[in-house]
Write a protein that binds this ligand. Structure first.
Ligand code: 9WN
Length: 420
């Protein structure tokens, strides 16, 4: 007999409403009091399950923060809040080269571009009323992808200029690149995150010193993409950005089809990304990896982003044995880092814990490639983690311990849209 989990649907809707600030949603109150880029797109996907109009509003507010150069920032600081560090004053983007006048205060980097993918899904829920909203959003989404291809995809794969850009802040993927930074000249600062959640579950001080050093580095260059690309010691091609952009381009292409728009430019991006992704293939780990553009080395990191290749649309089975090994080792799939690696840490953020949003993308991609057993396992584990432990930010892959923030928007969203 299947258990009745409908009360969890109600709880998930309640969490989305709780974190709803009117026309945007915060990831969770306290710890993350602003609008984050990919969290917001997931929120839209969740809202689409019961309020399609609100879903479009979410994405429209996100796109309202788009810079003149096409970038959609990773944080929009709609209202100042002392509970989060670093705030708008530290990012100092008001005079940024690519921003344009009169824009909402924001960070100076982006995040995994899932917006087009979820706009497409929201549209599919209600094509009749959605066509108009999709049409109005289409040019902004095109500009966003064009910016990524021009500003971050010089290797074919998509690079991050800051660990926060991958959305996987302290993943071991960046350890070598981060170790090259000596964080001298970082102005004194006080972290706020460790006042909200157990420091054991967060990045270390060594990480934070470098995060802030990189923010200062970008600010000193007026957030000029070319200067940062030329001069920064940190530039790593990343599977999260590469595969989410690849997928978002495919979804944007579908949107272009129904809107009667030309697809040639998008086709060119997809071809470049497919060729570039090969640079991320690591034959030694048998999985997609991160590639340090400064040292020319692969990180040797098997992460949950490694398994976004199918979400990206690649019909590539080379990493299936590695996925099988990970699924055999982890009690709960998918850990964000290989449990067999000495750097695995079941509770420290992106160095081990399970993240529902990554699971959703990995499992949908697997199912689309006909790999239904793996997809079902990841979905069942995600549903079990939420059912047993609530709508936490992330979970231990060893025993399901809920970690990070509670009443988390994107966990509620993926429950409604996929896991339930
Ligand atoms: C920095 C909001 C965000 C997510 C990221 C996650 C975490 C921020 C932080 O929270 O990052 O952007 O301060 O820790 O790593 O993926 O978008 O939920």
């Amino acid at each position: 007999m299947t258990a009745d989990l409908s009360h969890l649907d109600g709880e998930a809707r309640r969490i989305l409403r709780l974190n709803d600030k009117g026309c945007y949603t915060v990831p969770t109150a306290g710890l993350y009091p602003y609008q984050w880029n990919w969290d917001s797109a997931f929120a839209g996907l969740g809202f689409a399950c019961f309020d399609v109009n609100r879903a479009w509003n979410e994405l429209e507010t996100l796109m309202s923060g788009q810079w003149e150069n096409g970038m959609v920032p990773h944080i929009l600081f709609h209202r100042p809040d002392p509970g989060y560090f670093p705030g708008a004053d530290i990012w100092g983007t008001q005079d940024a080269a690519g921003k344009g006048a009169g824009r909402v205060a924001s960070s100076g980097i982006s995040q995994p571009p899932v917006a087009a993918s979820f706009a497409w899904r929201i549209y599919q829920r209600d094509p009749e009323t959605g066509a108009d909203r999709l049409r109005r959003m289409f040019p902004g989404l095109m500009a966003f992808h064009r910016w990524f291809m021009a500003a971050r995809a010089e290797s074919g794969a998509v690079a991050i200029t800051h660990p926060w850009e991958a959305g996987r802040d302290n993943a071991p993927d960046w350890d070598a690149a981060m170790a090259r930074i000596s964080p001298e000249g970082v102005a004194p600062y006080t972290r706020r995150d460790t006042g909200h959640v157990n420091p054991r579950m967060r990045p270390t001080k060594e990480d934070y010193d470098r995060y802030i050093w990189l923010v200062q580095f970008g600010r000193e260059r007026g957030w000029d993409d070319a200067a940062i690309a030329a001069e920064s010691p940190f530039r790593v091609a990343d599977p999260t950005l590469t595969f989410t952009l690849m997928r978002a381009c495919r979804d944007l292409r579908l949107a272009a089809g129904v809107l009667g728009e030309d697809c040639a430019e998008i086709d060119g991006w997809i071809a470049r990304l497919e060729a570039g992704a090969e640079r991320l293939w690591n034959p030694e780990t048998g999985a997609y990896d991160s590639y340090d553009l400064r040292s020319g080395e692969l990180a040797g990191a098997v992460s949950n982003a490694s398994f976004l290749c199918w979400w990206g649309g690649l019909a590539d089975r080379r990493s299936l044995p590695t996925l099988a090994r990970i699924l055999d080792t982890a009690r709960f799939a998918l850990p964000s880092f290989d449990p067999a690696h000495p750097r695995f840490d079941p509770l420290r953020y992106w160095r081990g814990p399970v993240w529902g949003v990554m699971n959703m993308m990995a499992a949908i991609g697997l199912a689309e490639q006909g790999l239904s057993a793996e997809a079902a396992r990841i979905r069942a584990d995600t549903a079990g983690l939420i059912t047993e432990n609530g709508f936490a930010e992330y979970f231990s892959p060893e025993d399901g311990t809920p970690a990070g923030g509670a009443t988390f928007t994107w966990t509620a969203a993926i429950w409604l849209a996929w896991a339930s």
